[in-house]
Design a protein around this ligand. Sequence first.
Ligand SMILES: [Fe+2]
Length: 178
Amino acid sequence: MNIIDQIISNYSNNKSLYIGEKVTMSEHMIQTAMLAEKTNCSSNLVCSSLLHDYGHFILENPDDLVTKNQDGKHEDVGCLFLEKYFIIDVLGPIKYHVKAKKYLARDKNYYKLLSEASKISLKLQGGVMSKEEAKKFETNKFFENSIKLRKFDEIAKKPDLKIKSIKDYKNLLTSKLI
Ligand SMILES: [Fe+2]
């Protein structure tokens, strides 16, 4: 099976809920991509949004024990797998979307709005970013798009929202292959 069909099949078959939320992992990622489209983001960022939690699919797959050794860092696991197939501009915001959360959480108002599950995972991800780390992150090539992705990520958890099918993204996915 080629990678695009593999992705479509994974999204179509996924029934597990996004950690602590009321939508499935695929619904969550499709909602994230739809938010990127709604705000006229680049097609690269729409594709990053669509694939941003792909690492969770891999971590869930018992056949992939080697990748499982990655400390459960889903952003790294996802990128490690996806980098074999997708262009760097799609991968960047995926790699840094957890860092973006740690960056944004320095703002107390942002932190308060995080869901309970998201607050718990923030702790596991090392907590709020230090001032130094934040300054450095601001110079990252993917800083802005990672922050945008993170903000879509945060609200893409609406149950009963009418969403697109993963198949609607087949052309987009194909256009971002290496
Ligand atoms: Fe997410």
